[in-house]
Design a binder for this molecule. Structure first.
Ligand code: SIN
Length: 280
């Protein structure tokens, strides 16, 4: 089916827009890529059902949106250069992405989008939660919007050394590892021009100019606000699902509720060319 015949299904709730009729392995025209980008920037997260992307096709599809980068220290899927294998084995307790976060917010130029494909799913559980950070911003009181308008947050990687001891709730209270970067607490999307909240409990360590106590309190308050049920979509994965999210205007959390069973996903992370990056 041609891109202009795809059916776009959107409910009234936050996120979860479904694109039906698309076959992502045949997307290779610029016009179709531009259309998907427009959909992504408008809806912030897209669900493509019934896909049959090989690892190489997943990588090639992703590359059309911008440069890819392999996360350091992680295994690539065989025959690919950038596709990350996200696996939780039967014996594992820690799950990758199991706390609320925006991918790479600890980088000076965080990725534009992430594209995740279901490969092996548990019979029950293993959903991913997505929060709409534009809606979260719009649902703040005007007082809070003006209080946080010019604030900057410091982000740093959480640096898990022992996954078994990792506690999602306490992540931002640890100093983290690597270079600290700062981002506005309220971002403005470079394409949609929508304002969004950009604070997450995994990587946001400090609000600049605030005492530790004030900073922790504000990070907690905004983080809890972002993940209110009205702002969250829960994706129950089906075989063949590919989900693509805008990494500025959403956050996500992989639910760790399928102990003793295996889950495997393939993940590509797309960066934006620097000349169209958001300026703080
Ligand atoms: C991630 O955080 O990118 C992974 C999400 C998932 O495995 O559901």
């Amino acid at each position: 089916m041609r891109w202009d015949d795809w059916e776009i299904i959107k409910g009234d709730g936050a996120l979860g827009t479904c694109v039906l009729g698309a076959d992502l392995k045949s997307v290779n025209e610029e016009v179709a890529v531009t259309y998907i980008k427009e959909l992504l920037f408008e809806h912030r997260m897209l669900v493509f059902r019934d896909q049959t992307l090989t690892p190489l096709a997943h990588e090639q599809f992703s590359m059309q949106f911008g440069p890819l980068r392999k996360p350091p220290g992680r295994q690539c899927v065989a025959s690919t250069n950038f596709l990350q294998q996200v696996i939780k084995r039967e014996e594992d307790e820690y799950n990758f992405g199991g706390s609320w976060h925006a991918d790479g917010s600890f980088q000076p130029h965080p990725p534009m989008a992430t594209i995740l494909q279901a490969i092996d799913l548990p019979k029950a559980g293993g959903d991913t939660l997505f929060a709409d950070c534009v809606l979260a911003y719009e649902r703040l009181s005007e007082d809070t919007q003006s209080k946080i308008a010019d604030l900057m947050g410091i982000h740093r990687a959480h640096g898990i050394t022992d996954p078994a001891k990792y506690s999602p709730g306490a992540a931002h209270k640890s100093p983290g590892v690597g270079t600290a970067v700062s981002h506005p607490v309220v971002g403005c999307h470079p394409h949609s021009k929508k304002k969004y909240l950009y604070v997450n409990p995994a990587f946001t360590r400090q609000i600049i100019g605030f005492s530790d106590a004030e900073s922790d309190a504000l990070i907690d308050e905004l983080s809890m606000h972002i993940i209110k049920p009205e702002t969250v979509y829960r994706h129950q994965w089906r075989a063949g699902d590919v989900v693509m999210w805008d990494n500025k205007t959403t956050q996500h959390c992989a639910v760790n509720d399928y102990g003793g069973t295996r889950r495997e996903m393939h993940r590509s992370v797309v960066y934006e060319d620097l000349d169209v990056m958001e300026t703080p």
